[in-house]
Design a binder for this molecule. Structure first.
Ligand SMILES: Nc1ncnc2c1ncn2[C@@H]1O[C@H](COP(=O)(O)OP(=O)(O)OP(=O)(O)O)[C@@H](O)[C@H]1O
Ligand SMILES: [Mg+2]
Length: 237
């Protein structure tokens, strides 16, 4: 096992989306959850995406990470066009290159914090890419909680375990959907700061969807999603 990052290729963005659309058929109408997205996120950059409910933020993450297939356009992760991958290749690609963090943390109830991280090593894939679980728990400030199961962790602690787990395989791309929705102010700042530190230190491209304007100060760039499109934020944040 090694804690050294794969050689970062700083010239290629962690994420590039070109002309991406995601359309749903709603009766005789076509609804565009994503309506022509052009986006680049550099390695080592935290991009925050804000916007009203139903604007397409979660859809953006799903398509960026290969969980949903766009109806038009291309998605490249670390320079790789994921549209060309078959089902099994895509599953493998996600495992090795993309980290997901959801609002609830999505932890396995029966496993300790340490085992949630160790589990990643048992999912197959290139073990040399994996970070050391104990060092990573230490990095997220949870060494003293390593033997705890999710039920006995606080919301902020659970979220930090979820983030650590998503970082285990040195992802090129980290996709985070409302990580602070269930947290108080202090924990929200801690979680956002942690995401920013890990992103900068390990050259990850991070897309963070949030309603929480308090945490935007920890992000490098902010875009607003409205009706399936991304635009600069109008008001100052
Ligand atoms: N599987 C689906 N079938 C039909 N419409 C869908 C589907 N998934 C999402 N949508 C629609 O796409 C739009 C965008 O949804 P999305 O979940 O991306 O919004 P969001 O910005 O994440 O909202 P929220 O802030 O409430 O989480 C919504 O109008 C939603 O109803
Ligand atoms: Mg959403």
């Amino acid at each position: 096992m090694t804690t050294s990052a794969p050689t970062p290729d700083t010239a290629t963005p962690g994420l590039r989306m070109s002309g991406v659309e995601l359309a749903f058929q709603d009766g005789d109408q076509t609804l565009y959850a994503l309506a022509g997205i052009h986006l680049e996120v550099a390695r080592g950059e935290v991009l925050a995406v804000v916007g009203p409910s139903g604007a397409g933020k979660s859809s953006l993450l799903a398509v960026a990470g290969g969980l949903a297939t766009p109806t038009a356009g291309t998605v490249e992760v670390g320079g790789r066009d994921i549209g060309g991958l078959g089902r099994r290749e895509l599953t493998r690609f996600r495992r090795d290159h993309v980290g997901f963090v959801f609002q609830s943390g999505n932890l396995v109830p029966a496993l300790t914090a340490r085992d949630q991280l160790r589990l990643v090593g048992h999912l197959g894939g290139d073990r040399s890419r994996l970070r050391d679980p104990d060092a990573l728990l230490n990095a997220v400030g949870l060494s003293h909680r390593a033997r705890r199961k999710p039920a006995t962790l606080s919301g902020g602690e659970r979220q930090r375990v979820g983030i650590a787990r998503a970082l285990m395989a040195h992802p090129d791309l980290l996709l985070v959907d409302e990580p602070t929705a269930a947290l108080d102010r202090r924990n929200s700042h801690d979680v956002a700061r942690l995401l920013a530190e890990e992103t900068h230190e390990h050259g990850v491209a991070t897309v963070l969807v949030t309603h929480d304007h308090e945490i935007l100060e920890h992000c490098d760039r902010v875009l607003e999603m409205v009706d399936g499109g991304l635009r600069p934020v109008s008001s100052s944040v």
